[in-house]
Design a protein around this ligand. Structure first.
Ligand code: SF4
Ligand code: SF4
Length: 338
């Protein structure tokens, strides 16, 4: 048990950082309609910065590093950086779109405790419509290769208008690919920071009024036909949590209240950009921070502490419609750490 976590929970300072979300790069080889990283990304995390993080994170009680981006496997030295973190006894979780996973599967399986692959369609056509690239075969080959190499692979599907009818097929595909779990979250049409996109991006990914009863029927059908997958946890969310996705889309259409959000992610995690900038989570831009300061100091710069306080006090609009809230109870944090 890390007693420093009590400081995290009882104040707006971070005495420990159990989970570090590190963007290895902001470049990407997908072309998602929901995201602009692939248009603008050009920064790779410098290896020297990774080595510094590998020294600083253990001192902050970090346990897990989530390798994110952009597409982390596009960093030409991703494996060397992952090995540096691994040598520092940090557990690695890779979040990838999977286009290059087949080529890197053996090293990724050896370096990463968990691999989450984004898969937004159960067919090549749906995948391409959402991701903008003809890569369904490449991604599923990557998943198969990672599973064959012994990796614990999870599929994550961003539910939207183009794919909500495919939820049962995606669960079946997960079984066919041999993954450990399939997880669903709604497409984010409210914030711009997580996907580096302009404020006037296309919002046609959300469901339309005629889709709502159909989506409700899909969810009800999934509960009937895949009850064992809910029971076993193969589907990560419980039925009630999936029904919140429906409520979220109904709320976007003004037909329901947004599902209540409970989140304390900024109290146990932080996002560290490829250029070194810090954010309290994927969705909220970071406050200005001391240039080149040690991580512990930057995390607790007055502006960063004030930003966490504002989030805790419910003053950030991003939280009200957040699709990716994360909550850890005191017992879970103090006993398990993440
Ligand atoms: S959403 Fe992810 S996979 Fe898609 S372009 Fe953006 S960074 Fe790449
Ligand atoms: S609710 Fe969402 S936007 Fe708010 S702090 Fe949590 S992850 Fe960030």
């Amino acid at each position: 048990m890390d007693a420093r976590l009590a400081v995290n929970l009882l104040s707006d300072r971070l005495a420990a950082l159990p989970l570090a979300i590190v963007y290895l790069t902001d470049r990407c080889n997908s072309r998602c309609v929901t995201c602009d990283y692939w248009r603008h990304g050009q920064t790779n995390l410098p290896p020297a910065a990774a080595q510094r993080l590998a020294r600083e994170l253990p001192a902050l009680g970090a346990q897990v590093v989530l390798l994110s981006g952009g597409e982390p496997l596009l960093h030409p030295q991703w494996a060397e950086i992952a090995a540096v973190f691994q040598a520092a006894r940090l557990r690695l979780w890779l979040l990838t779109a999977g286009l290059a996973l087949a080529r890197h599967a053996v090293r990724a399986a050896a370096l990463c405790e968990t691999i989450t692959v984004s898969l937004d369609g159960a067919t090549p056509a749906t995948y391409q419509a959402i991701r903008g690239v003809d890569a369904f075969a490449a991604v599923t080959a990557g998943v198969r290769a990672a599973v064959a190499a012994g990796a614990a692979v999870t599929l994550r599907c961003t539910v939207q208008r183009a794919n909500y009818a495919e939820l049962p097929a995606l669960v079946d595909l997960g079984h066919a690919l041999g993954v450990r779990q399939v997880s669903f979250l709604p497409v984010d049409v409210s914030t711009h920071v997580a996907f580096a996109r302009a404020a006037d991006y296309d919002q046609t990914m959300a469901l339309r009024p005629a889709d709502l009863p159909r989506f409700a029927a899909v969810l009800a059908g999934l509960e009937r036909t895949h009850a064992a997958d809910f029971t076993s946890g193969f589907i990560a969310e419980r039925p009630a949590k999936l029904r919140r996705l429906h409520q979220y889309f109904a709320a976007l259409l003004g037909q329901a209240a947004f599902p209540p959000v409970a989140c304390n992610a900024p109290r146990f995690s932080a996002v560290i950009g490829a250029d070194g900038h810090l954010q309290p989570c994927y969705f909220i831009p970071g406050a200005s921070q001391p240039n080149g300061a040690p991580l512990a100091q930057a995390l607790n710069a007055p502006a960063a502490v004030a930003l966490r306080r504002a989030i805790r006090q419910g003053e950030r609009a991003e939280c009200a419609r957040c699709v990716c809230a994360l909550r850890r109870g005191p017992r879970q944090l103090l006993l398990a750490g993440v």
